[in-house]
Design a protein around this ligand. Structure first.
Ligand code: BGC
Length: 435
């Protein structure tokens, strides 16, 4: 095979046709409906116990947001459908220089949640110069992992995703662990709500877009939620966290996806997430380049390949390959032709991501509208893949229009910081309910 035919046949394995998107969409809808009825399904369809916010939420709230690689403590003031960020402290769970790592199996639940409490302590210290802590403040906690929710303030971690392995959290309520850690640090703040980041994203979008009924995270991890009109548990509206990253029906898995799954700490799980999310995209690109090299389809000299191997490729590199092939030639010491191949490969990965995600979102719309999509919808999206990867919003819009055949009936809106602000809204909703 010549170098170019290798590239062509690779491109084909990454293509997702309209028919394939429809097939995935129908499978997704079926899985949603099975999961909602409590039948076996790759979609966990987890209730959030949160409905559409009224817009009258008011007050000052703390939040803790753990999504994977960082923890963020924030203080927000909510009023008149608006907000003010009064302070924020962000810490990495894993030191890039290797001095500590709060994501591995040697970390206990106490260690992890003490780390969160210390982060909140820093935020309080920062705020002391401005204002006092106030009366018994409340906190919303965005915990972005599959958790079986039994109330707005009670959830149990089902399993870790995004390759986190901290011991002693699975099966426990992260809000109880957080409360105990805050108490150990003599911090008088009470967690009152726990939610998924997709739910936070949707809550924030609902403040400004009446038609927003789907929330999506395309970041380190992948997931979506939607507003169920009549939830089987309550007969009322409720946001449902689908844990869409675990979807696995009719996915066009390539040999690279199968390899990534095998190497993962959770083989067999989160198959869609492993195809589309920031945590894995760099690894997919690495496997493809290794395969091209083994087949003499890229880099004539070993030097460039060694340079490529010497760093762990992440989603930012993939983005750079697309945007700056000239820079790639300098970084890897390769020809422009090779850099263009890296660009091509990266674009195929990104295009596949956009089309797979849209297929599942179309499936969600088919469920909401019961087959014929008559209404306009706003899909709220947060995460670096949507925000930073070249052309992703446009590619998603194109794919959606291809499926609805009605341009811009469904639109995507970037919602920044849904996981932070959404947690403050959820805390306010919980407070309003308790009176
Ligand atoms: C988690 C979800 C989360 C998503 C985005 C996934 O790995 O299972 O709960 O919403 O990442 O952060």
């Amino acid at each position: 095979m010549t170098q170019n035919t290798y590239l062509d046949s690779f491109r084909k394995t990454f293509e997702i046709s309209t028919e394939k998107m429809l097939e995935i969409a129908y499978g997704f809808r079926q899985a949603m409906e099975a999961g909602l009825q409590g039948q076996e399904s790759p979609l966990k369809m987890l209730p959030s116990f949160i409905e559409r916010p009224s817009g009258n939420e008011e007050g000052v709230f703390y939040t803790v947001d753990m999504g994977g690689t960082n923890v963020r403590s924030t203080k927000f003031k909510l009023s008149n459908r608006g907000f003010e960020r009064l302070g924020e402290v962000k810490s990495r769970l894993k030191d890039p220089d290797g001095n500590y790592d709060y994501t591995n199996e040697n970390t206990s639940a106490e260690m992890l949640f003490d780390f969160f409490a210390k982060n909140t302590e820093k935020l309080i210290q920062q705020g002391e110069q401005q204002a006092s802590l106030g009366e018994g403040p409340k906190l919303g906690h965005t915990f972005s992992f599959p958790s079986r929710q039994v109330g707005i303030n009670e959830a149990y971690l089902i399993e870790w995703t995004k390759e986190i392995k901290v011991a002693g959290v699975v099966g426990n309520n992260p809000n109880k662990l957080l409360k105990e850690a805050l108490q150990r640090h003599n911090i008088d703040i009470e967690p009152v709500a726990i939610l998924n980041d997709t739910v936070g994203t949707l809550l924030v979008a609902q403040y400004t877009h009446e038609n927003a009924d789907i929330g999506v995270i395309m970041g380190t991890g992948y997931n979506s939620c939607y507003l169920e009109g009549k939830h089987p548990l309550t007969g009322k509206e409720m946001i449902v966290n689908m844990e869409a990253g675990n979807f696995n029906i009719k996915l066009p898995l390539t040999k690279y996806d199968i390899e990534i799954d095998k190497r993962s700490v959770i083989p067999g799980a989160q198959l869609l997430e492993k195809m589309v999310s920031g945590y894995y995209i760099g690894e997919i690109a690495t496997l493809i380049i290794e395969d091209f090299y083994a087949n003499k389809a890229i880099f004539d000299d070993t030097d460039s390949m060694n340079k490529f191997r010497s760093k762990k490729i992440d989603s930012l590199d993939v983005e750079n390959y697309i945007l700056y092939p000239e820079r790639t030639t300098h970084v890897l010491g390769c020809s422009l032709d090779d850099a263009m191949k890296l660009k091509d490969i990266s674009k195929s990965i990104v295009l596949r991501t956009a089309r797979l995600v849209v297929a599942t979102l179309f499936g969600t719309l088919l469920h909401i509208e019961d087959n014929e999509i008559k209404n306009e919808h706003v899909i709220a999206v947060d995460g670096t893949i949507f925000e930073k990867m070249p052309n992703v919003p446009e590619l998603m819009q194109q794919a959606m229009d291809e499926l609805t055949r009605s341009p811009n009936k469904i639109v995507f809106k970037l919602v920044k910081d849904g996981s932070g602000l959404g947690a403050a809204i959820a805390a306010a909703v919980a407070e309003a309910k308790s009176y």
